[in-house]
Write a protein that binds this ligand. Structure first.
Ligand SMILES: [Zn+2]
Length: 445
């Protein structure tokens, strides 16, 4: 039996307690006497949260291992405090079969640094025309429950309706990248507004997102099925979701750390690191997103971690790839923007970054209370630690990090996944201790 004692952590930021972990399960909470042979992790003054869960990451494997692999993405996830991440289907080949989903699952398990949960494509090849093997993916060893064509909007209402009907019997959910292609054309590369006008860049308007979300909540009502809105970016979308929830419609939503913190004004320097889909919006939208996360209209924070190789990102703004890194900085951004301002406390952070995303994604063993009998997925946070982000120090294989050089308050110091310490920087950046094994040791960590 392996034993780990976490000493003196403040559970959800409240009272201090020790946690005894035996074979990946929490077996004692309170004042624990250390059994002989147990590993001891001193967490005096640190906040203990249930392991973080991310509903939205791009790990790029298979197909773009030059940008990220499941090994490097898993290392970045562990460093960010995540014990489960949902890997989007827009790889090459696309995750649109049971075999493809099982392969992602197995690669994640071989790394063992975080739980990698495959998201299944809704349509074959993400082409929006024909439903993928939703049932076969759900019945596979990967037990896929979240389906998404992320990167593409399911714009055909008939396909969206059929997908919602199909996934209802097995409790699936469709995560929609809401962006009407007839309102946001291929050339659009930033928010349509004052800044896009000044820069002479083709923009896309908030209504391209809001109109799809409005349609989808009505389809969810019509089918009695479940829809999840990926990366909400506008105040108008928040209004639609608030209305839908008030009607009892089964809709959930996520927001990214970058949409909670960064505004479209950053584009004035034409730096493609700020090019992302959906785009950074004006401060009025950012304020609405923060309020919606605080009042529960938006259920979860999800990173949309989107690594890109240099040769895809370092272009003129209009030609650069969309997306930003997010796994390693998510908790620090949420702490800095939402906890310091008093909009969320640590129990709320546990809800929006762990229990709610675990529930939405159908992971019964993640996002659990830090109590006897729960699986040992634990994240330890120093709420007062100031970190200056250094893109070069990232575990990700890519460097498209919009937080580089910024100082954020609040940091993940250690992560425990299935009872094993997968990340530990408690003694400062110079004494990193990270789990490596045969699968990850060859990777570019
Ligand atoms: Zn997306």
């Amino acid at each position: 039996m392996t034993r780990l004692v976490i000493r003196g952590a403040r559970l959800l930021g409240a009272e201090s307690a020790d946690l005894l972990v035996e074979d990946a399960v929490i077996t004692e909470v309170g004042s624990v006497s250390v059994p002989t042979g147990a590993e001891v992790l001193d967490a005096d003054g640190l906040v203990a949260l249930p392991g973080l869960v991310d509903l939205h990451v791009h790990l790029r494997e298979p197909g773009r291992e030059d940008a990220e692999t499941i090994a490097t993405g898993s290392a970045a996830a562990a460093a960010g405090g995540f014990t489960a991440v949902f890997a989007m289907a827009n790889t090459s080949p696309v995750t649109d079969t049971a075999e493809a989903a099982e392969r992602v699952l197995d690669l994640g398990r071989a790394c063992g640094l975080t739980e990698v949960v495959p998201v299944g494509a809704v349509t074959k090849g993400l082409e929006g025309a024909e439903l993928a093997e939703l049932g076969l993916m759900a019945r596979s060893r990967a037990k896929v429950r979240v389906f998404s064509d992320d990167g593409h909007c399911i714009h055909d209402a008939r396909i969206m309706r059929r997908a919602l009907e199909y996934i209802k019997p097995f409790g699936g959910v469709i995560s929609q990248h809401a962006q009407d292609p007839s309102l946001a054309g291929r050339e659009a590369c930033c928010h349509e507004g004052e800044v896009s006008g000044r820069l002479g860049l083709p923009g896309w308007p908030g209504i391209a997102e809001e109109s799809i979300v409005a349609r989808d909540v009505m389809l969810a009502r019509h089918t009695g099925s479940r829809v999840h809105v990926a990366h909400v970016s506008t105040a108008g979308t928040v209004e639609v979701i608030r209305w839908a929830k008030a009607q009892g419609i089964d809709v959930t939503a996520e927001v990214t750390p970058h949409h909670l913190a960064l505004t479209t004004d950053l584009l004035l320097g034409y730096d493609p690191v700020y090019k992302v889909n959906p785009p950074l919006r004006p401060s009025e939208d950012v304020e609405a997103l923060r309020a919606a996360l605080a009042d529960g209209t938006i259920d979860a924070v999800a990173t949309d971690h989107a690594p890109h190789a240099r040769h895809d990102k370092e272009h003129a703004f209009v030609d650069a790839a969309f997306g930003m890194l997010g796994l390693e900085t998510a908790l620090s951004v949420v702490s800095d923007v939402m906890v310091r301002s008093g909009l969320l406390d640590w129990a709320d952070v546990a809800r929006v970054m762990s229990s709610a995303p675990a529930r939405i994604g159908g992971l019964a063993h993640q996002g659990r209370e830090l109590a006897v009998g729960s699986p040992a997925h634990i994240t330890l946070v120093d709420p007062d630690r100031e970190v200056t982000v250094d893109a070069a120090a990232s575990r990700s294989r890519s460097r498209n990090n919009p937080w580089h050089g910024r100082t954020l308050r609040g940091a993940v110091l250690a992560t425990v996944h299935q009872g094993r310490v997968t990340h530990d920087v408690r003694n400062g950046a110079g004494t990193r201790r990270e789990l490596t094994n045969a699968t990850t040791s060859g990777a570019d960590l």
